[in-house]
Design a protein around this ligand. Structure first.
Ligand code: HEM
Ligand SMILES: *[C@@H]1O[C@H](CO)[C@@H](O)[C@H](O)[C@H]1NC(C)=O
Ligand SMILES: *[C@@H]1O[C@H](CO)[C@@H](O)[C@H](O)[C@H]1NC(C)=O
Ligand SMILES: *[C@@H]1O[C@H](CO)[C@@H](O)[C@H](O)[C@H]1NC(C)=O
Ligand SMILES: CC(=O)N[C@H]1CO[C@H](CO)[C@@H](O)[C@@H]1O
Length: 327
């Protein structure tokens, strides 16, 4: 088929517009102001209605957001369910075991779909929910520019490439954070989210019972604290399920409690203890202990940064209809 010079010109113009459009596509504050003006309010309202009764979900949601962003970018890939053709989604990988909050996001998505179908991404809903729920438990507020699009790939194997593990040392943590454009400051600040939420003996038992494979204890864990945990919580190496608070007594309050634990060598994971292992991260911990106000300001900045990791924008990805399934 021959194209007349006029239609050739049209194709060229269309291409140019597409290229310019893609180059301009980026996150922006109030991305849905025209297309779905109530979207952000629906998230906020739902969070305010439920988080005060279930504050532990704030921890679940910020952790979901973190796991999402570190694996293939903040594209809601963590929310996808396995399917027959993709039997092992991110959700089904080992570190997922204890992820929570999926139904919370699904519910908000259904409310927003009822308002404006096919417009607001699951990635944005997760990012906004994490921000609003942290604020609702006394944490800082940060800007969430929107316009993220949802990914279509979710593979369990991808999780191990990007996601930090509780047994990682400080150099591995810095490398993994560096891979997604975050630095030592971000590592210390974002780890500060461990001031809320829970873990399980499974994530700590090797430090208590079999650190180097010789039935020994991690010398970097305060020995009085370790003894206490062994006596009252993780009573044997085979206990995988007992719940532990990372900031005991204050698991639902966003405060400096995590750093106070870390400097006492009571951080529960090796990745928490690791923050004392480099002089850079150690001094950042000490600095944040000085002021809740400054911690909040800096944490907010790191969260906004984390929310930008490898986002899909413009015409990339899709807007899912249901957060657990690609369209
Ligand atoms: C630095 C690397 C990190 C490692 C190795 C790590 C590891 C872990 C582990 C092993 C758990 C407990 C899982 C369980 O046993 O239930 C956990 C919980 C949690 N993490 Fe992290 N984490 C890291 C960074 C982060 C970041 C950046 C955030 C958020 C900004 C975060 C937020 C949370 C929260 C809130 C919980 C509690 C979840 C709940 O209560 O359900 N973590 N983390
Ligand atoms: C997704 O899978 C989980 C189990 O991993 C299940 O509980 C949930 O109901 C599924 N979600 C949907 C919307 O089917
Ligand atoms: C940190 O862990 C990595 C991977 O296990 C290892 O190669 C490296 O030598 C460790 N670094 C330090 C300083 O222990
Ligand atoms: C301790 O670790 C070693 C090496 O990983 C392993 O062979 C051994 O079975 C572990 N002991 C227990 C009680 O789990
Ligand atoms: C929430 C969820 O999907 N959890 C899954 C995590 O992965 C294990 C297997 O590794 C599954 O059994 C869980 O259902």
């Amino acid at each position: 088929m021959k194209m007349g010079s006029q239609s050739c010109f049209k194709v060229l113009i269309i291409c140019l517009i597409a290229i310019i459009g893609a180059a301009n596509a980026q996150l922006q504050l109030g991305f849905y102001a025209k297309s779905c003006p109530k979207a952000e309010k629906i998230v906020l309202k739902y969070v305010h209605k439920h988080i005060p009764n279930a504050p532990s979900l704030a921890a679940a949601l910020i952790r979901l957001h973190f796991h999402d962003c570190f694996v293939r970018g903040c594209d809601a890939s963590v929310l996808l369910n396995a399917t027959q053709s993709n039997p092992q989604a991110e959700k089904n990988s080992f570190p997922n075991l204890t992820l929570r909050g999926f139904e919370f996001i699904d519910k908000i998505k259904s409310l927003i779909e009822a308002e404006c179908p096919g417009v607001v991404s699951c990635a944005d809903i997760l990012t906004l929910s994490a921000r609003d729920s942290i604020h609702a438990v006394g944490g800082p507020f940060w800007n969430v520019p929107t316009g993220r699009r949802d990914g279509v790939r979710s593979k369990a194997a991808d999780v191990f490439l990007g996601l930090p593990a509780p047994f990682h040392n400080v150099s591995t943590l810095l490398t993994l954070f560096g891979n997604v454009g975050l630095d030592a400051n971000d590592l210390v600040l974002l780890s500060g989210a461990h001031t809320i939420g829970i873990t399980h003996c499974a994530s700590v038992s090797n430090r208590l019972y079999n650190f180097t494979g010789k039935l020994d204890q991690d010398p970097d864990l305060d020995s009085a604290y370790a003894k206490n945990l062994k006596t009252f919580k993780c009573k044997s190496i085979s206990d995988q399920t007992t719940v532990l608070e990372m900031d005991p007594g204050s698991r639902n309050t966003f405060d400096l409690g995590y750093y106070k634990q870390v400097v006492k060598r009571r951080g529960l994971f090796e990745s928490d203890a690791a923050l004392l292992k480099s002089s850079t991260t150690r001094s950042i911990v000490a600095q944040h202990l000085q002021s809740t106000k400054k911690f909040f300001v800096e944490f907010a900045k790191s969260m906004e940064k984390m929310g930008r990791i490898n986002v899909k924008v413009g015409t990339e990805g899709e807007i899912r209809k249901h957060c657990a399934f690609v369209n």
